[in-house]
Ligand binder design. Structure first.
Ligand code: DC
Length: 225
């Protein structure tokens, strides 16, 4: 494969996008772009400031007064907010929910759009998020939509939290995941849905490696754009 492709992977929270995208990017020698981290970075600052997450004028100020940047760190684009590496601070359910809330606003989506497009300008990228194939890279060479049932995603999140020593009740995980699904799928701007032309993969009965193999096999069967 000589051409440096743009590969997009969209899907709901807990479907395995991040792990699959990271491994796929490593295998192809591509950059891995986790766009949720950009929304989380901005949300982290909003939460630190204690501002209401639905106050449009405060969100406009936040967007004008915040520098969000991406730096390539061994093939993964790391997010900095006002020069601070926020990677270790943004992986909580609270920040995930806050990111989902602020991502419904146009000013937030517009602020982060060019940054994402610039990262993919030369190809050689696996970009993961909610609107990769529909809005950010509509001309991507390959588009995938990684899905799993709500129950399976709740189970996975439960196991993941347990492995980090954070045992949260299934019920509370389920509540947060449902709320995030509704918010991400129901919003007016760039709602989460399978983009046109995407290959849909349900990962309920597939391991991470099987999903990655599935994607690599699809890529090798189809001619890129
Ligand atoms: O993928 P994640 O859980 O890190 O994403 C956090 C939130 O950010 C997600 O619930 C909605 C928002 N998001 C988005 O609106 N568009 C993207 N491309 C990525 C994330």
């Amino acid at each position: 494969m000589n051409k440096k492709l743009v590969i997009t992977i969209d899907g709901p929270a807990g479907a395995g996008k991040s792990t699959v995208s990271r491994i796929l990017a490593e295998k192809l020698g591509y950059i891995y772009l986790d766009t949720g981290a950009l929304y989380r970075g901005l949300a982290y600052k909003a939460v630190q400031l204690g501002m209401p997450l639905d106050d449009i004028s405060r969100l406009c100020d936040l967007c004008s007064n915040t520098t969000v940047s991406l730096n390539n760190s061994n093939g993964k684009m790391k997010v900095s907010v006002d020069g601070e590496d926020v990677e270790d601070k943004i992986r909580t359910e609270e920040i995930g929910m806050a990111a989902s809330k602020i991502s419904t606003f146009a000013v937030v989506r517009e602020k982060l759009l060019n940054l994402q497009r610039e990262a993919g300008a030369d190809g050689g990228i696996v970009a993961e998020g909610r609107d990769m194939g529909s809005v950010v890279f509509p001309d991507a060479d390959y588009k995938f939509y990684l899905d799993a049932t709500l129950d399976e995603r709740i189970n996975r999140r439960h196991k993941e939290l347990q492995s980090k020593g954070n045992s949260q009740e299934m019920e509370s995980i389920s509540k947060v995941m449902l709320a995030r699904d509704q918010q991400d799928k129901g919003r007016v701007l760039a709602p989460l849905k399978p983009p046109e032309g995407a290959i849909i993969i349900n990962s309920d009965y597939l391991s991470i490696d099987e999903v990655v193999d599935h994607i690599i096999s699809d890529i090798s069967k189809k001619t890129p754009k």
